[in-house]
Design a protein around this ligand. Sequence first.
Ligand code: SIN
Length: 480
Amino acid sequence: MAGTRLVVVGSGIAGLSVALAAAPRPVVLLGRAGRGPSASALAQGGIAAAVGAGDSADAHASDTLVAGAFRNDGPRVRTLTRAAPEAISWLQSLGVAFDRDGDRLRLGREGGHRVARIVHAGGDATGAAAMAALSSAARAAAHIDWYEGDVDALLMQGGRASGVRLAGDGALLQAGTVVLATGGIGALFAHTSNPPGSDGAGLALALAVGAHPRDLEFVQFHPTALDVGSGSLPLVTEALRGAGARLFDGDGRALMEGVHPQGDLAPRDIVARRVWQARRDTGRVVLDARGGWIDWERRFPTVLASCLAHGIDPRAEAIPVTAAAHFHMGGVATDDLGRTTVPGLHAVGEVACNGVHGANRLASNSLLEGVVFGRMLGAHLAGLGASEGAGARAVIERGPSLQAGDLQTLRSVMWEAAGPVRSGAGLAAALETVTPMGRRGWQAGLAWRLLTCALQRRVSTGAHWREDEPLPPAVSRTAA
Ligand code: SIN
């Protein structure tokens, strides 16, 4: 039984897609209870798919490559965009009711897309709608056992991943294959649109057993999270700017005027850097969405609710915003089937890096990635026979977690040195602070690796902006 069992760590969109597609293989799905909703459930963007008249998978692929500063893996990008229409049909078959105009899917446009190709569900609640459908399918599936629990170590046998250890009671769960679908690392930064559970715990586990990382320094920053403190902040979707909302600095100047021909809808990294700089220089940045032309209840119920929950009525006042860590393009190096460099260990979704996003992810390609590569991986694993490790057994731990004070310091250091604007001097200073912390907690060890990669990549590319080594403006304009 243990040899055929598949353990999937993480119950966001990628983990659920793997688990469902792996039928009839027995799956143990491990969520992280008490860590709040997954990043998938919070996703306000939609799902990009070339389903409109005149659009094509090739055009979608081309926009993905431009956004990724051509550092993407081309064949995987084409795999993603060709599979997108079928991914939408699959989600519909599971009950996701995408927004429609009459008998057609309503298609929206977001930054970096040359045509309208984003489908949404419930306006800005696409992630929640997709997660509700997949979760109920997974709970009903006879081959899936769904438990809540953190994993703090991987079991290895003869160099092969052969199970996990659950934190708390230390129970060992043996498996033929382990899949990490644990999401991103935004919670290592002082400002993030990710939930607290997106702290890199799965990535750190993979690195602990020797899996190779890839592109760790490529982190996308979203220009507009609600500026109501630090830590996990509600996202203020880019689609609001698509609907006409505009950014202003603390002196009332239009933030993107004269900066980029696409103004407020300039590529995400360019807007995020402007927001970061203007907030530092003028104290505050706001997104003005007043004027009555926005149908808040139908198109932006999630943003409306989170603003109101913080005492801000976006229909009557401008919304304070900050840039925030949003998506990790880097991660555990994998191939298209999620294979890491460690036998028996797979990774998929944001924790993984198969190169599909390059140096910067195109808007609304992340839920899509989870579904497409998650289903491919699940189908592949469904067809594999039982596998058992042989030889010496070992339990490889992620290691101790930083104490709260250290964690707060680490997040500030990461935000200042490895945020939207980086420099060699800043990264080197951050490494000095973080290096001794590495002995006290795995988060610092992970941050150390990211900072080192960012220091070594001297040239700005995609979301990785080195103010000491910037690209000429003509080049940076294409690096959405
Ligand atoms: C947004 O809605 O602004 C975010 C969309 C995404 O990250 O793809």
